[in-house]
Design a protein around this ligand. Structure first.
Ligand code: TYD
Length: 394
């Protein structure tokens, strides 16, 4: 049975950045989170139609971040040296940040956002411009045979029907093949109070516990879990066919399950406590921004992340409190944040000496940003974050 524990109010499509003429009739939905007592899965109560989020206008470019480029290069090297896969498939290949490290002759991709599918097809990687389904996995198997490595980053948690997703993987995996995927970690979200991991695209926030339950009922088994710092704390899950007796559960699998149980991720009350913390975070952030405004400070936001869409819409923060948002992504510059319609401008135009305080929308890149913005910090510029609690720092 699914039980609701969090209501983040009316929210827009977090990555649908708007031009000035597009504010009227913006699509909004109720962003609520539920806990499934049976599988222990945390999901959104209401799913948004995939075509509304993942289409030719999709703006998230993984390669915009140096952190992510290094992340995927080192993973590709490790997977190649440890598992030596021949046939490789990536689900949700975005701008090719991961597959570019593999041989195009036997590396394939699935990417429903047409703008990105065109990009990787141009790079000679056969890319299916479709959503990941059992039907598609059968077609790929017919055309190219089974896969030794199926990989997905920040993609599986976007898919509503996980049973179909995992059946599709089981169907396409070679007998000793592996399925590796990484998504934000529920445990990290709960520990850090980062409720902004919840937005339309993140249909689920995974615990290892819930994944174990869902994978096992679809003929798959987790054998290893890596805990990662990217995207505010993620888990990389390594999966094999249940019938593959060659690999067994590793220590990291058991220790992650144990940590989650210790935190109480299998108990509904843990989520009720989290909801109280989220409300407190909202009140503190709004009070801090109002005080800064009263003191005559110029406050902006740094990074038009999807996560910031959740925070500003939930907290009712508009451009009376945040003058504008700076972002380096060309397709976001000149547009407006969904829901709040706060303008987004280039850091070259807006991250200047007039700024007193910047709310860190891209808080998951804190280290990269701190290293980059030394001159802002040395002239007394300050940052605000709400993770793990609302605070100002420099
Ligand atoms: P990100 O956390 O990658 O994504 P999500 O949308 O999943 O929450 O978003 C970070 C945003 O911050 C992205 O639009 C790029 C921007 N950004 C900057 O403007 N400057 C920077 O130095 C970095 C690291 C990111």
């Amino acid at each position: 049975m699914k039980k609701e524990f969090l209501d983040l109010g009316k929210q827009p499509i977090a990555n649908k950045f708007l031009n000035k003429g597009e504010f009227d009739n913006e699509f909004l939905f109720d962003l609520k989170a539920v806990f499934d007592d049976d599988t222990k899965l945390v999901s959104l109560k209401e799913f948004v139609a995939p075509e509304m989020m993942f289409n030719d206008d999709y703006t998230y470019h993984a390669s915009m971040s140096d952190t992510m480029k290094i992340h995927f290069k080192s993973l590709a090297d490790r997977l190649q040296s440890e598992f030596n896969p021949v046939n490789v498939l990536e689900i949700g290949s975005n701008d090719g940040i991961f597959i570019r490290h593999f041989n195009p002759d036997n590396t394939f991709a699935v990417e429903p956002c047409g703008n990105f599918a065109d990009m990787t097809n141009d790079m000679e990687y056969k890319t299916y411009p479709e959503f990941w389904t059992t039907k598609l996995s059968k077609l790929i198997k017919q055309e190219h045979g089974t896969m030794d490595l199926i990989y997905a980053a920040n993609c599986i948690c976007h898919i509503h029907d996980l049973d179909d997703t995992f059946t599709a993987v089981r169907n396409l995996l070679s007998e000793d093949g592996i399925f590796v995927f990484e998504d934000p970690s529920l445990l990290r979200m709960m520990e850090r109070g980062s409720y902004d991991q919840l937005y339309d695209e993140h249909a689920h926030i995974f615990s290892v516990t819930a994944l174990k339950n869902l994978l096992e009922r679809n003929g798959l088994e987790i054998f290893r879990v890596d805990n990662l710092n990217v995207h505010g704390g993620s888990n990389r899950i390594y999966v094999k066919l249940k019938t593959n007796r060659y690999r067994t559960h590793e220590q990291s699998y058991f220790s992650n399950l144990m940590q989650e149980e210790t935190f109480g991720l299998d108990v509904f009350n843990t989520y009720e406590i989290f909801a109280e913390r989220v409300e407190k975070s909202k009140n503190e952030l709004v009070s801090m921004l109002k005080k800064l405004k009263d003191d005559g400070k110029k406050v902006i936001a740094y990074g038009a992340a999807s996560k910031a869409t959740t925070v500003f819409n939930y907290c009712g923060i508009d451009n009376s409190l945040i003058e504008y948002i700076t972002d380096t992504t060309p397709s976001k510059i000149g547009k407006h944040q969904p829901g709040t319609h706060i303008p987004i401008i280039s850091p070259d135009d807006g991250f200047d000496e007039t700024v007193d305080v910047a709310y860190l929308g891209a808080w998951n890149f804190k280290t990269e940003i701190m290293n980059k913005e030394t001159s802002y910090l040395s002239r007394g510029g300050k940052f605000i974050t709400h993770v793990p609690q609302v605070m100002m720092f420099s």
